[in-house]
Design a protein. Structure first.
Length: 532
């Protein structure tokens, strides 16, 4: 087994991605999570660039990290100034980070046209910067920027730059495909060429501009690289960096002969991926390999039928290996196998007539704009209705929503609902931040006296999608509401040409599902108590 070091730069390179921003507390929480999963290196930022990164290094020194080494990132000294007088060098030393990652120019084109220094001066800038860090007792990783493009342009000079870094005391040279345009076969070839001219190990740092960041990283490891740099979920500038989630999963699960993390972190990759998305306040990427919500989701009836017999028929690994789960979807593309899988707890599989009825109803409703893939609560109620097991907890009589705005743009939203619970008609009014919030508040006022458990239910997400955009402002809309309580999270859906009506449908379904769910849970508890 050959150990491959995992170097995370989500907090620095990843934060350069469009729409990605981390607070100081975010960075500390991500650091703690990465360390707990066995990451080897965590690049915290560039302490010379902003106050937040400087504060990060001050705070991270107070953390009791068990495995990871924190790295501070910076450039080589400026031209024409001694390394110990350079402000950037001083900021790196003040960070107190045990590992310093220095980035320098490999390409003769960048040296002469971007830095505007001589080739010899650039070699001195690399060597002087690393020697200073080593003299101060820091370990140094040297990032050879534009290595692959630079080698293609001038291989002799590219080799001199990484040899200068190695000769000055760098412990590892990270070969950077900075523009993300190199093919995997070239990555492997030039990794081997670089190693042949060095007496220290090399790592790999790939960008994803050709969507080859992960493939190139794996090719480099196969060619001898001992470290992979990248970001969680592939965050990064332009098209992002190599996604460490996929790199780790491939090295640990798919390939043979490699060891990553501490041997325990792989099963938490899905949790880690979603934690970083949530921390960055970004939506998950459903189709993300290994950890996406759709990575092990099955929609076609033929696929579901096969997976029910043997999961390996349409899954390359067991989803639990990376902390994910299998999902069976229901739509107009589904067959009886999907319905049977989703209704297994009701023991309805023997009733082919009912299976057909449910499937026909799904197709009918999807033609109206409903979808059930993210609306498990609405689908559960649909099954109950088709099976004749649905008895509403209340009857909807009417509702209205009024929105007023004064000359100061103060907006007031008021909802009125009239429902019937048993033989009692209840009429309630409530204000809210918007139509859905106001309707929810009015419904709770009308129902909480009878169903106190509703106080534990909260709406956590609300999505609106236009169904038939060609109809312009008369288009139908689909509303999906996500709700949760202390036990579960569920989704419900409504569809209409009126956004308030669609929202009302989804809201009522969410409340009904909560009440049915609590009744089932209570019945299960009663059964256990009686058994005891």
């Amino acid at each position: 087994m050959r150990r491959v070091q995992i170097y995370d730069t989500t907090l620095r390179d990843g934060s350069q991605g469009e729409g990605v921003s981390f607070s100081l507390q975010d960075k500390l929480l991500i650091t703690e999570r990465l360390d707990s999963l066995g990451f080897d290196f965590i690049e915290g930022g560039y302490p010379g660039s902003n106050e937040k990164d400087a504060a990060y290094f001050a705070r991270v020194r107070e953390m009791d990290l068990e495995h990871a080494k924190v790295c501070a990132f910076g450039m080589t000294r400026r031209r024409g100034i001694a390394a110990d007088q350079d402000p950037g060098m001083q900021a790196l030393l003040r960070s107190g980070a045990p590992v310093i990652t220095i980035v320098g120019k490999t390409s003769s084109f960048h040296v002469e046209e971007v830095l505007r220094v001589s080739l010899e001066e650039n070699l001195g800038m690399i060597a002087d910067s690393i020697r200073l860090m080593r003299a101060e007792g820091r370990e140094v990783i040297y990032d050879a920027e534009h290595f692959f493009d630079g080698w293609k342009l001038n291989p002799e000079y590219a080799l001199k730059t990484i040899q200068a870094a190695a000769g000055a005391g760098a412990m590892l040279i990270s070969l950077c495909d900075t523009n993300g345009g190199t093919m995997p076969e070239a990555i492997a070839e030039l990794v081997r060429a670089a190693q042949a001219g060095l007496d220290i190990p090399v790592g790999i740092h790939c960008h994803n501009d050709c969507e080859l960041g992960v493939a190139n990283s794996l090719a480099a490891v196969d060619a001898g690289a001992v470290q992979v740099q990248g970001t969680i979920n592939g965050f990064g500038e332009r098209c992002g960096n190599a996604d460490l989630i996929s790199v780790i999963a491939n090295l640990a699960v798919k390939k043979r002969g490699y060891e990553v993390l501490t041997g325990q972190g792989v099963e938490h990759l899905t949790e880690l991926s979603r934690f970083v998305y949530e921390t960055a306040n970004m939506n998950y990427r459903p189709s993300q390999p290994f950890v996406g919500q759709s990575a092990f989701a099955h929609k076609g009836g033929m696929h579901v039928h096969a997976v029910a017999r043997a999961t390996s028929s349409y899954e390359h690994i067991n989803p639990e290996v990376v902390g994910n789960e299998r999902r069976i979807l229901v739509s107009e593309l589904s067959g009886r196998s999907n319905i049977a899988a989703l209704t297994s707890k009701h023991n309805l599989a023997h009733d082919q007539e009912l299976m057909t009825k449910i499937l026909d109803e799904v197709v009918r409703l999807e033609n109206q704009g409903f979808v059930f893939e993210a609306a498990d609560g609405s689908f559960e109620l649909l099954v109950r209705k088709c099976a004749g097991q649905y008895q509403p907890h209340f009857e909807r009589l009417s509702y209205s929503v009024r929105v007023e705005s004064d000359r100061n743009d103060n907006v007031v939203t008021e909802a009125r609902v009239k429902i019937k619970v048993g033989d009692e008609v209840r009429h309630e009014v409530a204000e809210g931040d918007g139509p859905v919030n106001a309707l929810d508040a009015a419904m709770r006022k009308a129902l909480n006296g009878t169903f106190p458990n509703l106080q534990h239910m909260q709406l956590v997400d609300y999505k609106v999608r236009v169904v038939n955009s060609e109809a312009a402002t008369a288009a139908g809309v689909r509303v999906v509401i996500e709700s949760r309580d202390e036990h579960d999270v569920w989704g419900t859906v409504g569809a209409s040409e009126n956004i308030i009506e669609a929202s009302w449908m989804a809201l009522v379904d969410s409340i009904e599902y909560k009440l049915y769910k609590d009744e089932a849970r209570g019945a299960a508890v009663d059964t256990v108590v009686q058994a005891i």
